[in-house]
Design a protein around this ligand. Sequence first.
Ligand code: EPU
Length: 428
Amino acid sequence: MEKFVIKGGKPLTGEVTISGAKNAAVAILPATILAAGKCVIENLPDISDVAASLKILKALGAQIRMIDRNTYEIDTSMLVSTEVPAELSRKMRASYYFLGALLSRSGKAQVAMPGGCNLGPRPIDQHLKAFSALGATDSVDYGMISVRAHKLTGAHIFFDKVSVGATMNGMLSAVMAEGQTVLENCAKEPHVVDLANFLNMCGADIRGAGTDVIKVRGAQQMHGCTYSIIPDQIEAGSYMVAAAATGGDVLIKNVTPKHLEPITVKLQRAGAKVEEFDDAVRVSRVGELQPLKINTMPHPGFPTDMQPLMSVMLTVAKGTSTITEGIWDNRFRYADELAKMGANIQVDGQVAVIEGVAKLQPAPLHASDLRAGAALVVAALMTNGTSEITEIQHIERGYENIVAKLQALGADITRVETEPAIALTPAL
Ligand code: EPU
């Protein structure tokens, strides 16, 4: 087991470079299956969700060559299987993209019910609705989802709920369907656009990604390409909040400032200074933090993945903040951890009310999921003492090199291997 040991109290200062977007990478890697050739994917974040996606591709028969830590050549010309090994698909939520990609390429796919963060119920009915409209059938047996189609034919699909995953799986499954597919009520997140751009570079004909309506004209054949993944909006936002919460001054490089606007606006209202450059933002704060009202919504609304980080910052704002979670049923599991640190946070259903306190206190902390874990790292940096965070594998699913990046900003954080539990039966 590993843990982070964090001695807080120092404002973060300096520069940090943001990695490629996790939620784009975990869709683009399965999408290389559609290229049926060689793709070179650049700016892949070095995180465990990407490692798991690469392992799945390898298990399906893809040839994978590491060019450098963030660049891989993936050759999907020859695939040997359409079944994603259960132990790998259960490691991350995004394994559901293999359903859409394999269905499109091979007419069938089998994936175990995806894992990932526990944020409440995570249905995939809208993904299956898209597959079925295109002519596929699906079944679930012993936790394995199977989809199958003799032929995929373009269709008009109206999503009942705005879903990032269903929008991306809709595109993946429609790319080679015969005729035109129209997807309505689509998610507009930057990673949706990134997947469409990648697929178009491979020969797809997808228009409208980033709007409510996406039109896909089925392509006869796809091919490989070289593609660089967009910067991670949430990783960038996390360092923005860390800078503001610790009263620091950080230049955050390799970002798309437009993608950060919902976060920038809130940070400015809270009293931080945010300067935008072509591909960087600088965040600093000197004065007191002001309380905020935040409602999480699909893009371009305030992103749910930033909600735990913002809440942590607002625990020391001067007044009462309210946070309404509009996407997930169970995304305040970190509130008990913050209460241990002396925060005044009351959760009632989908709403958290935070009464600012003067200072957070160090505590032993437990990361319940990826963003909650990142938020607790920031909380620990805001205290004047030493906190330990366990279950850090959640954090390492989505943040490349978080320890080195924070150390470079002056944080006192170390990753410590803890003693393995003592075996009950001693080895003879
Ligand atoms: N939903 C349905 N039916 C579906 C799909 C979704 O009812 O078939 C509901 C969900 O229950 C939820 C809402 O629709 O209430 C939105 O879910 P969405 O499908 O958009 O989420 P997702 O694709 O499973 C991605 C990110 C999440 C992020 C959400 C929302 C990936 C791999 N994950 O999840 O990221 O919170 O979009 O933006 O792209 C994270 O990075 O920490 C993370 C959890």
